[in-house]
Design a protein. Structure first.
Ligand SMILES: *Cc1c(COP(=O)(O)O)cnc(C)c1O
Length: 359
């Protein structure tokens, strides 16, 4: 059996069937249906946030966020994230400006942000990498001083908390992904969380072609999601606590078995933070070691993932280069190990033995 870096959770099929039965009764498949609204309400309760929209995916969430905040010119962003963080900026015809990351959390280094601000800067788009919160206090101060909007790509943050609040509750807008590979998923899907009602209304118009009843009230796009996706979310949400708990046990097994004299990892030493065990990244001594370990694992049908690689300031389609030495270095050496709700602890032992003997 192949062991992949992740495996999507699936609820018992009967539970899914029970929820989608209603769709056959009301023939309401999409367009803000009852299951979408039920999921939105349950997510607001679970995350303890005021405003949340369920959308088609985590990428359209970022794009709608950039639009709704009317950003222009340059966006300060992180080079250590999934490509969607950067491509969303480019797709909206904005200019990404990469600021290097902190060596401990791999989140954007808030101390370097001010030096990157120009008169063209309108916003900051940063990722809570592997679920660990950015320095939200420092970023908030900078944003206020320079009148910038803040968007967090919270694709990894579902279920993680910081100072008693969801990691997804900071900034002007936080987006999340509910893709099949994430801790909580709706097959494809995502959310937009924001801090005020007016912004919420605007985001909702953007999500649905800018329609106000039958009027073309404003220009929008299609960011909606369906009743079938919402139904998967409704099945999975009550299971998230157990899923995270299993991931914690598996992660602690890795913690106890890996040879830390030859490996490093992002720090969990962030005051007030509780982790969601979204990923299990390790940093090898060199890219050469990373390739050697990957090959040894692959021989046993174990498939880790270079996540994130490359550093986004080195994406091949960029026509400029902002040096980010810390991110470039971490991206060469970062490997995410298999982690999912029912990964056997005996497999974790096997995986760590292969890794340790190749360090
Ligand atoms: C998964 C992910 C996305 C994209 O989300 P989709 O739902 O797949 O569009 C964006 N940013 C980060 C950091 C991600 O991990």
């Amino acid at each position: 059996m192949i062991i992949n870096v992740t495996k999507s959770f699936l609820p018992p099929i009967e539970e899914y069937q029970e929820i989608i039965k209603g769709i056959w009764e009301n023939t309401w498949l999409t367009n803000n249906g009852p299951l979408v609204r039920e999921l939105e309400n349950k997510l607001k309760d679970y995350l303890n946030v005021e405003n949340l929209l369920f959308v088609g995916n985590g990428t359209i969430a970022i794009q709608i966020a950039l639009k709704a905040l009317e950003l222009s010119g340059e966006i300060i962003t992180t080079p250590f994230s999934y490509c969607a963080t950067t491509t969303s900026i480019l797709w909206e015809n904005l200019q990404p400006k990469f600021v290097d990351i902190e060596p401990n959390t791999y989140n954007i280094n808030a101390n370097l942000i001010e030096a990157a601000i120009t008169e063209k800067t309108s916003g900051i788009l940063a990722t809570h990498v592997y679920g660990r919160p950015c320095d939200v206090e420092k970023i908030e101060k900078i944003a206020q001083k320079y009148n910038l909007k803040v968007i967090y790509d919270g694709a990894h943050g579902f279920g993680a908390t910081y100072k008693g609040k969801s990691v997804l509750s900071f900034g002007d807008i936080t987006t999340c992904s509910f893709h099949a590979t994430k801790v909580f998923h709706t097959i494809e899907g995502g959310s937009i969380i924001c801090n005020n009602e007016d912004l919420l209304k605007k985001l909702a118009f953007y999500r649905s072609f800018g329609h106000k009843n039958d009027d073309y009230y404003m220009m929008g796009i299609n960011g909606k999601n369906s009743e079938f996706h919402a139904a998967m979310g409704l099945c999975n949400l009550p299971k998230v606590a157990d899923i995270i708990n299993n991931r914690r046990i598996i992660s602690e097994k890795y913690d106890s078995l890996l040879n830390w004299s030859k490996l490093s990892r992002p720090s969990n030493n962030i005051e007030g933070f509780t982790y969601n065990y979204a990923y299990y990244p390790v940093i090898l001594e060199s890219e050469e070691k990373l390739l050697q370990v990957t090959a040894a694992l692959k021989e046993q049908e174990i498939i880790p993932r270079r996540y994130f690689y490359p550093s986004l300031n080195q994406l091949p389609y960029l026509d400029f280069y902002n040096p980010c030495p810390v991110s470039e270095n971490i991206a060469l050496r970062a490997l995410s190990l298999p982690l999912y709700y029912d990964l056997a602890l005996t497999d974790v032992e096997r995986i760590t033995q292969i890794i340790n003997s190749n360090l």
